[in-house]
Design a protein around this ligand. Structure first.
Ligand code: ADP
Ligand code: MG
Length: 252
């Protein structure tokens, strides 16, 4: 499978006369953080929605773990290894941190324990929940209700909930959105630690975070990928500086 968990080939999405995704080809390999950047309206969310299975493309192909999933919906893609976080929170606010994770672990396993397996099943459930919490920054907050968490803590919990599904890779849509500077720095550490095991395609506006994290960066402008490369290559790419940022100092 050549180490590629996600492959996108020649993807096209049109909204009337507008081509929001214009022959996009990209992939995600094991061990990498592939950042997708681009100005507002470039087509990042439209692309992510097609990768999740929420929006059918007009042309092209999406493969997960080598399997063609272009015509499959969200649950089938999740079953094949897709993990994601949502821009709108999916947490249960009246439940605790640990309960939210345990529910996600449970959802992955399905509820089909035979009666005599239940006790062991429950013990395994909490063991796995504790393992996810360990060293996560939320370990000491396990019994706090979500409604009592800071915004940054909620973002971290969303990641743990996604990881509870044991995904082969993660699609992250702006995990830094709304975070303060120190919370962003903390999130960078968290993402770096996770990426050692779970590769991620990261849509993010915070360029400091992107430059700190990305193994590879692709730049989307008017639905087209105009450049893919290392942090250094993208920083120094004339077309990227001009088309995407306009102001040179933003890239420094
Ligand atoms: P980004 O996430 O990079 O800001 P989007 O993917 O949200 O960009 O939008 C890309 C372009 O597609 C924009 O011009 C937007 O107005 C248009 N667009 C997005 N969704 C729809 C839709 N459902 N119908 C019509 N146009 C859309
Ligand atoms: Mg968007």
């Amino acid at each position: 499978m050549s180490g590629r968990v996600l492959e996108v080939e020649g993807l096209v999405k049109r909204f009337g006369g507008l081509t929001a995704t214009d022959h996009v080809t990209l992939d995600l390999k094991r061990g990498e953080i592939h950042a997708l950047i681009g100005p507002n309206g470039a087509g990042k969310s439209t692309l992510i929605n097609q990768l999740c299975g929420e929006l059918p493309p007009d042309e092209g192909e999406v493969r997960i773990m080598g399997r063609d999933v272009t015509r499959l919906g969200v649950p089938e893609r999740v079953a094949l290894g897709l993990g994601r976080t949502f821009q709108i929170t999916s947490l249960l606010t009246e439940m605790t941190v640990a309960e939210n994770i345990a529910l996600a672990v449970q959802a992955r396993r399905g509820g089909n324990f035979r009666l005599f397996d239940r006790l062991r099943g429950r013990r395994d459930l909490w063991a796995e929940t504790e393992a996810l919490l360990r060293g996560s920054g939320l370990e000491a907050r396990a019994d706090v209700r979500v409604s009592g968490l800071s915004h940054g803590e909620k973002k971290q919990l969303e990641l743990l909930v996604a990881l509870a599904g044991k995904p082969a890779f993660l699609l992250l849509d702006e995990p830094m959105a709304g975070l303060g500077h120190s919370e962003s720095q903390e999130m960078v550490q968290v993402l770096r630690r996770i990426a050692a095991d779970v590769p991620m395609l990261l849509v993010e506006h915070d360029m400091e975070a992107v430059f700190a994290l990305a193994t590879r960066i692709s730049v989307l402008v008017y639905g087209r990928i105009i450049a893919t490369g290392s942090v250094e290559e993208i920083r120094n790419h004339p077309e990227v500086r001009e088309a995407y940022l306009g102001q040179e100092d933003e890239l420094c």
